[in-house]
Write a protein that binds this ligand. Structure first.
Ligand SMILES: Nc1ncnc2c1ncn2[C@@H]1O[C@H](COP(=O)(O)OP(=O)(O)OP(=O)(O)O)[C@@H](O)[C@H]1O
Ligand SMILES: [Mg+2]
Length: 311
């Protein structure tokens, strides 16, 4: 399999501040790669260098086989970019924004049909005739991605495509990304959401303070971070004592009257846990299930929390 994106020893500083400190990554054609990181990690800077919007200080970047520094034009012809902030023209309607892109890409007579299809696919058909200044944030993001697709790019960069979207729109977006990849498109996606990277990506890289601190498949990364656990809070110390004897291996906190039990997050392990308590007629006052999030990943991989919580 050939590589759509090949980055080696990429460096970028803004003045004194080193933002990318030697990044290596490779994205095979037709796969989804997700760059995960908190605010200010350097995700947008990476996207900007890879899409030729800004120049690297050092290192090499090849996109679709072309050098981003010396063959920027060829790179631009191969890619589509949906930035972190929607690039729609507020003085135009959704339909007109798409038409503008179709004209730029010289789509020709098929444009009307293509635009109709995109509006349909992104749930925007009803609002197509309205000025985009009246669109919600989610509608703008969807229109923005639809505009990116007009040129039928084979490599697409999506910078936090679902930040600020409601759960349903997020799922719509995920579906669209999966369809694109099924059609052979390569997707480079940045996100602050571990679950999004987990859902979509073939490979994930975790960016922290300008370096990739981990890289691998979602399963490989999850093995490196603390798993899901269930926390049970009991009414008093004697119940806690009894429960701790029943649930061997649990971590106890006498002050909080809690037990923390490792689990895979599935209903089966939860049920057997509850069955075991019931067997001994033990009741918990409160039960919560904790699944690893971006904070856990960072804590585990870097020894520090995300500066700005992504929760
Ligand atoms: N043009 C610029 N001039 C100076 N500093 C910049 C510039 N662009 C980005 N930076 C700095 O580089 C660092 C990384 O920024 P970047 O936008 O790449 O982060 P990010 O991972 O995309 O964050 P977010 O999740 O908030 O979008 C930040 O400290 C930012 O202030
Ligand atoms: Mg950004």
């Amino acid at each position: 399999m050939s590589s759509a994106i090949e980055v080696s020893q990429l460096r970028k500083a803004f003045g004194e501040r080193t933002v990318l400190d030697g990044i290596d990554l490779e994205v095979p054609t037709g796969t989804i790669f997700s760059l995960l990181g908190p605010n200010g990690a350097g995700k947008t800077t990476t996207v900007n260098v890879l899409t030729t919007l800004i120049k690297a200080d050092a290192g090499s970047v090849r996109i679709a086989g072309h050098d981003a520094a010396t063959e920027a034009k060829a790179v631009r012809a191969a890619i589509g970019v949906t930035g972190q902030f929607a690039a729609v023209d507020d003085l135009l309607t959704g339909q007109e924004n798409l038409q503008l892109m179709a004209d730029l890409h010289r789509v020709g007579p098929g444009a009307g049909r293509l635009i109709g299809d995109l509006l349909e696919r992104f749930d925007l058909a009803e609002s197509a005739g309205k000025l985009t200044s009246t669109y919600s944030g989610g509608m703008r993001r969807k229109l923005d991605l639809a505009m990116t697709l007009v040129g039928d790019p084979r490599i697409i960069f999506l910078d936090e495509p679902t930040t600020g979207l409601d759960p349903r729109s997020r799922r719509t977006m995920w579906g669209i990304v999966r369809d694109l990849v099924a059609g052979g498109v390569t997707v480079f996606l940045t996100t602050q959401y571990l679950d999004e990277a987990d859902q979509l990506a073939d490979r994930i890289a975790v960016l922290d303070q300008g370096r990739l601190v981990a890289q691998g498949t979602p399963a490989e990364l999850k093995r490196q971070i603390p798993g899901s656990h269930v926390r049970l809070r009991f009414a008093d110390l004697s119940t806690l004592d009894a429960a701790a004897r029943v649930l061997a291996g649990a971590t106890r906190d006498d002050e909080a009257l809690t037990l923390q039990v490792a689990g895979d997050g599935g209903t089966k392990s939860l049920r057997s846990l509850l069955d075991r308590l019931a067997e001994y007629s033990l009741d918990a006052e409160e039960l919560s299930v904790h699944t690893p999030d971006l904070d856990d990943v960072f804590l585990a991989l870097t020894g520090h929390d995300t500066e700005v919580s992504a929760k």
